[in-house]
Design a protein around this ligand. Structure first.
Ligand code: SF4
Ligand code: SF4
Length: 354
């Protein structure tokens, strides 16, 4: 064995049938919502059963999943990049009882094929200091609003949604069909006393990607910084290194909605999402305006897209002008990119500053 310095190798935890057929899988097919059949050239078959769960789970919840895995999938369980849980079943007679048990325990089975998939999201107010929104809470509200699309296979194509609770976009939202980004809209407020006491000035200045921060000397000789609001793009990087530059502003912070992203595959290049709604109120705990806006876009896509057209591909075919017309979303000056700072960083455009 090579010396292991990272996490354990997944091979040590593979289901025996998966291990036996490694690299020999011929094809897979969609059996019904939440169930995929995989067929190997050796003749072996396995079934994946996918259920939606929260990203943040307790030990009790993990124990419950392990108990289910022991009884249905030979003690093996898998988590997907979209925060779903999957059980690999070799005995197809166990599929329906497993679905029944998962659903009775509050874990709906679905999200496979041409359906609405579980949301990829960041951590939000749980433990990030720059978060505009409670991303997991918003994910739950959107999932409830789109639940009718989770257990089916007849959408035009798959529907993927992602949430980032600030401009840092830990959630890689630019490649999902619909993306929600939490937006700060004012520069950080400088607290000279905290900056002087706790912050290293060169590090704080260097933390700004747009060179908006410069050092200043206070009348008593102590050192602080000042921010050029024209250059600031409200990213919050400086707040990460210096607690004296608070960027959280509940009065102005908001949500923005982006559509049309898609990760590349063998047939097509990546598509990056574009801004469609620059301002939605940050309205916890259920964000009704955001959920309604997403439902409206999804409905327009379902009614107008051709088979296999992801949202971005649909918009590319009909044009953005028609997209705004069909969805009834107003087109504003915020959608026009001014490219002022485009050489250094595209994020400093009108689309992030308003
Ligand atoms: Fe924190 Fe921003 Fe990442 Fe959310 S997207 S976890 S607020 S850095
Ligand atoms: Fe610079 Fe971002 Fe801080 Fe603004 S919020 S001053 S752009 S690091």
């Amino acid at each position: 064995m090579p010396i292991m310095i990272g996490p354990p190798h997944y091979e040590q935890m593979l289901h025996p049938v998966i291990k036996k057929n490694y690299g020999k899988w011929l094809y897979h097919e969609h059996v019904k919502p939440g169930v995929i059949k995989h067929v190997s050239e050796t003749g072996d078959e396995v079934y994946t059963v996918r259920a939606a769960i929260p990203k943040i789970i307790s030990v009790d919840f993990v124990r419950m999943l392990c108990d289910i895995a022991d009884r249905y999938s030979d003690g093996y369980v898998k988590f997907t990049s979209r925060h779903a849980v999957e059980f690999i079943i070799t005995d197809k007679n166990k599929i329906d009882p497993l679905i029944k048990e998962l659903e009775s325990k509050g874990m709906p089975v679905g999200g496979t094929g041409k359906s609405y998939k579980p949301i990829v999201h960041t951590i939000g107010w749980n433990h990030c200091h720059t978060a505009v929104i409670d991303a997991p809470g918003l994910a739950k509200a959107i999932s409830d609003g789109l639940f009718e699309y989770f257990k089916r296979n007849d959408l035009p194509a798959k529907l993927k949604i992602a949430i980032a609770c600030c401009l840092n976009m830990c959630g890689a939202v630019h490649c999902s069909d619909i993306a929600i980004v939490g937006m700060h809209r004012k520069p950080p407020v400088v607290d000279d006393e905290i900056v002087a006491k706790f912050c290293e000035i060169p590090t704080t200045v260097a933390s700004c990607p747009t060179l908006a921060i410069k050092p200043k000397v206070l009348p008593d000789g102590k050192r602080s910084v000042e921010i050029n609001p024209e250059r600031c793009m409200y990213c919050g990087n400086c707040y990460t290194v210096c607690p004296g530059l608070n960027i959280i502003n509940p009065k102005y912070d908001c949500l923005s909605l982006w559509v049309g992203g898609k990760v590349p595959n063998a047939r097509s290049p990546p598509m990056y999402s574009r801004l469609v709604i620059p301002y939605l109120p940050n309205n916890p705990p259920r964000w009704p305006e955001t959920v309604e806006a997403i439902k409206k876009i999804v409905k327009a896509w379902i009614e107008n897209a051709r088979e296999d057209e992801r949202i971005g591909e649909w918009i590319e075919r009909i044009g953005w002008e028609k997209f705004f017309k069909i969805t009834g979303i107003p087109f504003t000056d915020k959608h026009i990119d001014d490219f002022i700072f485009s050489i250094r960083d595209f994020r400093t455009t009108t689309q992030f500053k308003f």
